[in-house]
Design a protein around this ligand. Structure first.
Ligand code: ADP
Length: 190
């Protein structure tokens, strides 16, 4: 299996780049943000709970997120591989992911980390807000909190994969196609 963690701060382009990767490598795309938003739209119990955190720019608690992700992985156990987008966002999530992938006799192949500077991130999120209708993109103080949470809780997940020799950093500036080509090159070099 080819199992990719696509990593980066909010607005780095994970969702956009996932589209190209899933079709080229025939992977199942699991975006925790998308799954939460689907549940919010359907007003499920999970959605209502997640919304209270997402609207503040906080992380949804690990226990909830891990259980939800594991369910999705198990549903797709015959997949060619996965692209994890927006997960893991804490070291506890990374640890849990290693645990349940090893139960399936597989593991993470690589973490591809998109590097984008903060000014560019803010601009992209505010621009996305104009079309996405996402409340967490429209408010500058919420964006600021999401970036702060990323720096405090999520950025350390890079060290988790670096310690396993699985981290590849990718320059996330430039055109969508340029970045896609950098990702393809990194994957093809594995
Ligand atoms: P972005 O990467 O643009 O911030 P996402 O769509 O990945 O957006 O996530 C939106 C929100 O959903 C996050 O700000 C967070 O509140 C919640 N969320 C998504 N993934 C996770 C996760 N793995 N753990 C905890 N919360 C998460």
């Amino acid at each position: 299996m080819l199992n990719i963690v696509l990593f980066g701060p909010p607005g780095a382009g994970k969702g956009t780049q996932s589209d190209s990767l899933i079709s080229k490598y025939n992977l199942v795309h699991l975006s925790t943000g998308d799954i939460f938003r689907f549940n919010i739209k359907g007003a499920t119990e999970l959605g209502l709970m997640a919304k209270s955190f997402i609207d503040k720019g906080e992380l949804v608690p690990d226990s909830v997120t891990i259980k939800m992700l594991q369910t999705e992985v198990l549903k797709n156990s015959d997949a060619n591989g996965f692209i994890f987008d927006g997960f893991p966002r804490t070291n506890a999530q990374a640890d849990a992911l290693d645990g349940f992938l090893s139960q399936m006799n597989t593991s993470i192949s690589v973490m591809l980390s998109l590097d984008v500077n903060e000014e560019e991130l803010k601009n992209r999120l505010l621009k996305r807000a104009e079309v996405s209708g996402r409340a967490d993109d429209a408010d500058e103080s919420i964006i600021k909190n999401r970036i702060a949470v990323y720096n405090a809780e999520t950025a350390p997940v890079k060290d988790f994969y670096a310690a396993q020799n699985k981290l590849i950093s990718i320059d996330g500036h430039g055109s969508i196609t340029d970045i896609t080509n950098r990702l393809f090159k990194a994957i093809d070099s594995l």
